[in-house]
Design a protein around this ligand. Structure first.
Ligand code: NOJ
Length: 541
């Protein structure tokens, strides 16, 4: 594939439980989601990413899977899922789903058998030890709740290994049966017509003494095996890696274009927030320069927020302190190594800043991922525990339960947002559809304008270094299109001189309103930008 579909796609991350409740039991379901597909299509989305939809005790919101071949009964039936898939495809929307390879639920029959019968073949599906000091160089990820990566099994009389919650035993990828089992899972869902997977927690598949048990060569070898399988049988499908790692360790997940098609750009994400508060282009430029080029057929998934905390693992200690100081003024906002807030509250509900960060995201190299509700500027609820405060029901209108469900409000899986600033009576789809100036309509327009240029998905990025460091400026270029993107990271008006005479004789046309600006000449190009504003120009010959 010379220009694969995912290179220029816009993704929308959907929490099935939180999107729309068709049967009014208080939890969203596939029928509800299907009924809202026109909304997603009108927004300008190319691909939906579904959070885990499989049967699960829900102790990690579905990332603890009990059965890899079914749909969680709260979300409907397999037929409901297939219907949703068909209806998405009819609208030209692809669908990928979360797939958890690293661990399963302790309620999964494999684990139940493994602890009850140490002679069963399933015992060797997991990682065991009599010594909880083994692999002690592996860090603990959920530092707020776990004190060790080993948990004692009273039944098996040994410790089992887990990188996340104690109830999520890691699978043993040294066992070829496990390797095969998980390829069977992929085969099953892709066979049903799913367009790919967001593959959860990929760095941790294998363990090795004396290492951090992350990013091991064995892990990459197995992931390449998966890719080979997908390429042979489902060549149009996408594998997207969740590997929260530094650039040097992240890059190998693309292999030579023979491992993942895409990976989340974790190092970039916090630095967009940092650049905004520091009012300095440095954090964005520095990290992008540190990230080596990826193979031609690969793409970054770039994002501002998702269903987890805004993770601060890929920053230095000093940067983390800074981020906490700026974005988590209340202790309640912190969780593990991150901040559990949605986009709008993080940016103090400043419309200019929300537009600015979103536009930077839409202009940088990669395929943008929008988290459901952030297109409305939805608020969060930091008092709900774990990361649940950013997973509350979608606000559709002013009806009961924000139009999400007709159930008794006490039955909702989580309360709708009633914080006065973000109350669902104001922040909801219907209101925003009716207001031409709403964030929702702004987002739709931006996605529509972005779609006119292939350069966003496949062009090069070239920074301009204005003397005024409050301005972030770069070119996006390919053979047919040239864009000049200029952002004011400051809360004050800013002048900037851009030395871009290489484009002498070109006319900048601002792509949002399609207004022409003065021709570029020999002298520095002078722009003035109002607080937190930006220009995206097409340079027309
Ligand atoms: C990453 C997921 O995004 C997160 O929600 C989950 O808790 C962990 N992986 C463990 O599966």
């Amino acid at each position: 594939m010379s220009n694969p579909w995912y290179k220029n796609a816009v993704f929308y991350e959907v929490y099935v439980k939180g999107f729309h409740d068709h049967n009014n039991d208080g939890k969203g379901d596939f029928k509800g989601l299907t009924s809202k597909l026109d909304y997603i299509a009108n927004l300008g989305i190319d691909c939906i990413w579904l959070l885990p939809m499989y049967p699960s005790p829900g102790k990690d919101d579905g990332y603890d899977i009990m059965n890899y071949y079914e749909i969680h009964k709260d979300y409907g039936t397999l037929d409901d899922f297939k219907h949703f898939l068909d209806e998405s495809h009819k609208r030209g929307i692809r669908v990928i789903a979360d797939l958890v390879l690293n661990h399963i639920s302790d309620q999964h029959p494999w684990f139940i058998e493994a602890v009850n019968n140490v002679y069963s073949k399933y015992h060797n599906y997991f990682v065991w030890s009599h010594n909880p000091e083994k692999y002690k160089e592996a860090r603990i990820i959920f530092v707020d709740t776990e004190i060790s990566n080993w948990t004692w099994s009273d039944k098996a009389k040994k410790y089992y290994w887990h990188r996340f919650f104690y109830h999520q035993p890691d699978l043993n990828y040294e066992n070829p049966d496990v390797q095969e089992e998980m390829i069977k899972v992929l085969d099953y869902w892709l066979g049903l017509g799913l367009d790919g997977f967001r593959v959860d927690a990929v760095p941790y598949l294998f363990e090795q003494e004396g290492t951090s048990c992350e990013n091991l060569p064995q892990t990459h070898e197995y992931l390449k095996k998966i890719r080979k399988f997908v390429d042979n049988k489902y060549p149009d499908c996408l594998l997207l890696a969740e590997a929260n790692q530094w650039p040097e360790d992240l890059l190998p997940y693309f292999g030579d274009g023979d491992e993942f098609h895409m990976a989340f750009n974790f190092p970039l994400m916090p630095r967009m927030f940092m650049a905004l508060r520091q009012e300095h282009h440095g954090p964005i430029i520095d990290i992008i320069q540190r990230i080596p080029a990826i193979p031609e057929n690969c793409q970054w998934a770039i994002f501002l927020r998702n269903h987890d905390e805004l993770t601060l693992e890929m920053v230095t200690d000093e940067e983390r302190d800074y981020m906490y100081k700026q974005y988590a003024k209340d202790e309640q906002m912190k969780i593990n190594v991150g901040i559990r807030r949605r986009l709008a509250p993080l940016l103090e509900n400043s419309r200019n800043q929300i537009e600015l960060l979103n536009t930077i995201l839409l202009c940088l190299p990669g395929a943008p991922v929008i988290y459901y509700g952030d297109e409305l500027g939805m608020g969060d609820n930091i008092y709900l525990g774990d990361r649940n405060g950013v997973r509350t029901p979608m606000h559709w209108n002013v009806d009961r339960n924000a139009g999400f469900s007709k159930c008794n409000p006490s039955k909702l899986y989580a309360p709708v947002i009633t914080d006065p600033e973000y109350d669902y009576h104001t922040i909801n789809v219907e209101n925003q559809e009716n207001n031409i100036h709403s964030l929702l309509n702004w987002t739709k327009h931006m996605l529509k304008q972005r779609r006119k240029f292939s350069v966003f998905g496949s062009g090069t990025l070239r920074f301009i270094y204005p003397e005024n460091k409050r301005i972030l400026a770069f070119f996006r270029e390919n053979d047919n299109e040239r864009l000049l993107c200029v952002f004011n990271l400051s809360h004050l008006h800013q002048p900037v001189e851009l030395y871009i005479s290489e484009y002498k004789g070109f006319k900048p046309v601002e792509i949002i309103g399609e207004e022409s600006f003065p021709y570029i000449g020999e002298l520095p190009y002078l722009l003035t930008l109002s607080p937190h504003s930006f220009f995206i120009f097409e340079l027309v010959q």
